[in-house]
Design a protein around this ligand. Structure first.
Ligand code: ASP
Length: 309
């Protein structure tokens, strides 16, 4: 029997403490806590890491505060295009969706891609069609139309500027959500979900739905979910890089996460962070930005939450 562990993030970025009202901080911490409680309920009832990460991510997708699901940012065309992925460390099965519109819980659709299709990654209308066949919940555009997101978008609309959620003034919010877990059987899983970057064009897709970049899980090394400047995380193959450093160089989870986030990704200009867990229940919440919404809970212990360094 393994001691269960669940770690979540709600995005990393340049969030500045002085710009965060006490009210907002309370709201974010409360939403993180709910996601941890919902995911941990599954683990403490003997459920799987896969179910726990899906549940925790779903909970954050349903909150308007995070850049995923309901709170997704606007694209250049004023729509919402979401990306998500999930991976099981036991058998290295994976599923992902990108550029999808209208799906209430992209993480659950990525799970269905993994379990009910012979594919790993489905994009755009094809993914939506698959979702309809699978009877997933769809929501009208108005569901995703959050006023503060619209304001963020209007501030850069018509320009070539794309903005990472957390780099937008004056809100400096950050978004993308993710979860990693270890269950009582020693299985690891990871999931990530995002609305991407505000004002993104041309069907831009970041690291979040790309297995090995934004998400990775392998029982013999670790489970990882990333957040940050997607283009750099793609080039850095960040999630797999952490696993590879453990597998081939014998680094510990903490050493591997620090090497990738504090050195390798910075060297190519990337900013952001990740959460990771291994089979021993070691966990990492590494970031090179001012903060990362994050939290974790271990079997029989209190929930831990944090935003800043
Ligand atoms: N990594 C995400 C993307 O590039 C954004 C984020 O983590 O905030 O789509």
């Amino acid at each position: 029997m393994y001691k269960t562990t669940l770690v979540i993030h709600g995005g990393a970025g340049t969030l500045i403490k002085s710009e965060m009202s006490a009210e907002k901080e309370v709201a974010y911490l409360a939403a993180l806590k709910v996601a941890l409680e919902e995911g941990n309920m599954i683990l403490s009832n003997g459920g799987t890491a896969l179910d726990a990460v899906e549940m925790a991510v779903k909970s954050m997708e349903d909150s308007p505060l995070f850049n995923a699901g309901k709170g997704s940012v606007f694209t250049a065309n004023g729509t919402h295009e979401m990306d998500a992925s999930i991976m099981s460390g036991k058998d290295r099965m994976a599923g992902a969706v990108c550029g999808i519109t209208g799906v209430k819980n992209p993480v659950s659709l990525s799970r269905l891609v993994m379990e009910k299709s012979e594919h790993v990654l489905l994009a755009g209308v094809g993914a939506e069609e698959f979702g309809k066949e699978m009877n997933v919940d769809f929501e009208p555009a108005s569901y995703f139309d959050e006023e503060w997101r619209r304001k963020q978008w209007l501030s850069v609309r018509g320009t070539d500027q794309v903005a990472l959620d957390h780099n937008l003034n004056p809100d400096r919010k950050f978004g993308t959500v993710g979860a990693v877990a270890l269950d009582k059987d020693g299985n690891l899983a990871a999931a990530t979900s995002t609305g991407g970057m505000t004002n993104k064009k041309y069907g831009r897709v970041g690291d979040s739905p790309i297995i090995g970049a934004g998400t990775y899980a392998n029982n013999s090394t670790c489970a990882v979910s990333c957040t940050g400047s997607g283009e750099f995380f793609l080039r850095g193959v960040v999630a797999y890089e952490v696993s590879a450093l453990m597998e081939f160089k014998g680094l510990s989870l903490a050493e591997a996460c620090s090497e990738v986030i504090q050195k390798r990704i910075l060297e190519i200009g990337g900013d952001g962070g990740l959460i990771a867990v291994d089979q021993k229940g070691n966990l990492s919440m590494e970031f090179n930005t001012a903060g990362m919404y994050r939290g974790f809970v271990k079997e029989g212990e209190e929930i831990n939450l944090a935003i800043y360094k």
